[in-house]
Design a protein around this ligand. Sequence first.
Ligand SMILES: [Fe+2]
Ligand SMILES: [Fe+2]
Length: 292
Amino acid sequence: MKIAFISDLHVDISPESFKLIDHIIDRLFVIKPDIFIIAGDIAANTQKFEKTLNKFSSLSCKKLLVAGNHDIWIDSPPSLQRGMHSEIKYREILPRICKRNDFLYLGLEPHLIDGIGFAGTIGWYDYTLRNKKYDSRFSIETYRNKQYNEKLTWSDRNFAYWMNGSGNRRKSDEEVAQEMEDSLQKQITSLNRQGADKIIAVTHHVPFSKILFYPNRLPFDFFSAFMGSEGLGNIILGESIVTHTICGHSHIKSSLKIKHVQAKKSPLGYPREWRTGNTNKLIKERLSYFEI
Ligand SMILES: [Fe+2]
Ligand SMILES: [Fe+2]
């Protein structure tokens, strides 16, 4: 089984990013994967999100995706006033858009394809992947506030609204991270029961500090706290049946074997992060694939 994957398309950041989708599709016709996975951060705007998925309709392979933090953003407060929040986007709206556009949605239930199991969650952050070198400088409360020196803000503070069941309280990041970890564990258990030979875990947030870049420089390292959670990695490493993990979110490509798991990240990222003006070279580098 050949699996191609990418993340962090961010098509609503610039027209350049949206134009690249055609090049990604051309490249997929060359790779000819059996499975194509997008590991989150397509667009906060649901119309642009759907328009992007629709572009992949010419591909005959199975297509899967997990949502990223940008995908569950809402234009608060107008959305909140209408009763719309991130939980509804994640559990209802995005799955519906995926279904309409022939993408299997990862995040609510696992998928078993030709003996290979796919379990997925957006994941979240509980600050366990922070650079602990700065613990004397930043308290957990400072991370909860998502503001560095009151000047730089982690944008989830303004746009990610995970509300509780009755919609009257915003959940803490730690609660959301725990829920997403529990969901991943449940899906792996279910795939095990269904007789999967191997499992690929797909998350948007990062499960391992080892695949993050810590330059020991501020403010960069302040924002490492919002990259993912150790708990995600512990679940993955606790299951010998999981052979690969694909994530996104941090816009630096990496591939590393951690114990029995091949951990992969292959983000497109923002135009300012592209180190080449050559589109073919960029897509070749940022759209990855492997055989299982
Ligand atoms: Fe991203
Ligand atoms: Fe992200």
